[in-house]
Design a protein around this ligand. Structure first.
Ligand code: HEC
Ligand code: HEC
Length: 349
């Protein structure tokens, strides 16, 4: 018996060493990593080969005909008109209010969701997942990420639903159509870097800029403009800016500023921005602190605002602020408004 215990002890330590050192793509979905393993994980991930952005200008006519093509087209429809299908006023009620996928994962001029450079494109999502989620320090699947986006769970939005399969079929088709190959990262993914001023963000300036550049479409209340048939599931003409919770990715000022620089006002791109870096930052500060946002709710695979990043002190963005975690209000203001050491960095981007 004693021998057995010793042997068992050895086996366990051998397993944990193997866990630490193995290839990142070998980690199973659901595995929890500790802070140190997380740091190693992203060090390994940073070695992934980066390939240039391919300007494919695909249209929906490039999607194959037949049954496979039908599923891909359904996936495109769900991403474009999410509220009508998945939203609480839509047919299926699988996500929370007012989330339209293409509102943040923008399309290029040809209209396929997630094909705009530096606006969280979907062109390489198949390669990017499974991935370590640093909010919870758990390896999550692409399906988990998609559910998290809709503030929903695997009961309401199961992995084997036709809707999930359709979205994944579209992502797979995109990856093949762009011809990126396996296990690569793509230049133009995630968000562009901007030059952050060495000063705190200024929400008062941001408010005035918002009135000039944004309010016409998103409204003074930031609730967007609803379509006439909103109650029947028709969704928004211009999306609400209140869809992300306090504590979510977009509530971090540098993160939102980077997004805005490459996307807004409508028509802006990373190559042809409309806002200056300073303007993008100040507007981000106003949108995120000038309104009362819904709190971040804990669902499966998603931490609450009080526990987010609590298991990953080394990876937590230096611009993540929450009243629960930064109990001293002065510290909260400093973390929330900056300036920051690493505003252009998000682990895994
Ligand atoms: C309010 C903006 C917003 C909306 C709306 C939104 N997303 Fe996201 N999405 C993000 C952000 C921010 C990230 C980056 C999160 C990260 O990588 O940790 C992201 C990441 C993703 C990813 C991972 C992409 C990759 O390759 O790394 C997928 C897939 C995704 N979202 C799907 C969806 C789907 C499907 C919907 C609609 C149900 C949706 N998103 C709606 C902001 C949004
Ligand atoms: C001409 C109308 C228009 C103007 C002006 C405009 N937007 Fe948008 N905005 C849109 C549309 C439409 C989308 C959805 C994505 C798309 O189709 O381009 C969007 C998406 C967004 C999103 C992501 C989705 C969401 O619901 O949060 C944010 C954030 C945003 N806009 C902020 C801004 C800010 C800040 C400004 C001012 C600098 C601005 N927009 C100016 C039309 C506009």
């Amino acid at each position: 018996m004693r021998k057995f215990i010793v042997f068992f002890g050895l086996a366990v330590s051998a397993i944990s060493i193997a866990l630490f050192a193995k290839n990142i793509s070998d980690y199973k979905v659901g595995t929890e990593l500790n802070d140190k393993q997380g740091v190693e994980y992203f060090k390994e991930r940073a070695k992934t080969k980066v390939v240039p952005w391919a300007d494919k200008k695909l249209t929906i006519d490039d999607v194959p005909k037949g049954k496979d093509g039908e599923l891909i087209r359904y996936g495109i429809e769900l991403l474009m008109n999410t509220e009508a299908h998945l939203g609480p006023k839509g047919k299926l009620k699988m996500t929370d209010p007012e989330v339209t996928c293409v509102a943040c994962h923008l399309h290029d001029d040809n209209g396929l969701p997630g094909t705009k450079k530096y606006a969280f494109p979907f062109v390489n999502s198949i390669n990017n997942y499974p991935m370590l989620d640093i909010e919870t320090m758990t390896i999550i699947s692409l399906e988990d990420r998609i559910r998290g986006m809709g503030h929903t769970d695997s009961v309401r939005f199961p992995s084997d639903s036709k809707e999930m399969r359709a979205i994944l079929a579209y992502f797979k088709w995109l990856k093949e159509a762009y011809n990126y190959g396996d296990k690569v990262k793509v230049e133009g993914e995630f968000l562009a870097k901007i030059k952050f001023p060495n000063r705190p963000a200024d929400p008062v300036k941001g408010k005035a800029l918002y009135a000039v550049h944004c309010a016409a479409c998103h409204g003074n209340d930031a609730l967007g403009i609803k379509n006439d048939n909103y109650e029947q599931g028709g969704g928004h003409l211009y999306p609400s800016l209140m869809i992300w919770p306090d504590g979510g990715h977009m509530s971090m000022l540098p993160f939102l500023a980077r997004f805005l620089k490459s996307t807004m006002p409508s028509g802006a791109s990373a190559d042809n921005p409309i806002l200056s870096d300073d303007e993008a930052l100040d507007i981000a500060a106003y949108i995120n602190t000038g309104f009362v946002r819904m709190p971040m709710h804990t669902t499966e695979g998603r931490a609450g605002i009080d526990t987010a990043y609590s298991k990953s002190p080394s990876l937590k963005p230096d611009y993540f602020a929450s009243p629960q975690q930064n109990l001293d209000p002065k510290e909260f203001i400093k973390v929330k408004y900056g300036p920051w050491k690493n505003p252009n960095y998000f682990p895994g981007e």
